[in-house]
Design a binder for this molecule. Structure first.
Ligand code: NI
Length: 173
């Protein structure tokens, strides 16, 4: 397992639509292992493959902030049903470092996906997990949580991140 570099906004790569995985093989499992390691190190509770520069429909999530890890792996996730009820969480994103905003999303979602072994699974998620799944699935479409904010707020954040990036690049030799 190795830690991969997380791309940050503004990076045009994050705006790509990710491709379906045709087969869950060892290459995909290695990707998932690396993503999990990268996510734990960050630290974060969810990561999509596009965030480490791989445009494939792969997501890892672990909501347990304890010693005992409970990783979840989702390949080619599809939402079948979303609830009408909305819940609001303050969201952040490893690709939008240091920025947080309250985002409204359906409070439940029913999804199908392939697991770590390529087995077809179904899951009815609610609460934080439902929000996290939807946030990560947005990444697969090239969508970031800041896209739900007003143009003014979003531009402010993107400008700030661009400036931070320039400073970082300047000191990298
Ligand atoms: Ni994110």
């Amino acid at each position: 397992m190795k830690i991969r570099k997380i791309l940050t906004e503004p990076d045009p790569f994050l705006r790509q639509v990710s491709h379906e995985v045709t087969k869950v093989d060892d290459t995909i499992r290695e990707l998932m292992d690396d993503m999990l390691e990268t996510m734990y190190a960050a630290p974060g509770i969810g990561l999509a493959a596009i965030q480490v520069g791989v445009p494939k429909r792969v997501i890892v999530i672990d909501l347990s902030r304890e010693e005992k890890k409970t990783p979840l792996y989702f390949v080619n996730p599809k939402i079948i049903i979303k609830s009408k009820n909305i819940s609001t969480y303050e969201e952040g994103c490893l690709s939008v470092p240091g920025q947080f905003a309250e985002i409204d999303r359906p409070d439940q979602c029913h999804i199908t996906y392939l697991d770590y072994n390529g087995q077809k699974k179904e899951l009815k998620a609610e609460g934080l997990l439902a929000t996290c799944i939807q946030h990560e699935m947005d990444h697969l479409e090239g969508i970031l949580f800041i896209d739900y904010l007003s143009k003014l707020k979003k531009n402010f954040i993107v400008k700030k991140l661009s400036k931070q990036k320039k400073v970082l690049e300047r000191i990298v030799v």
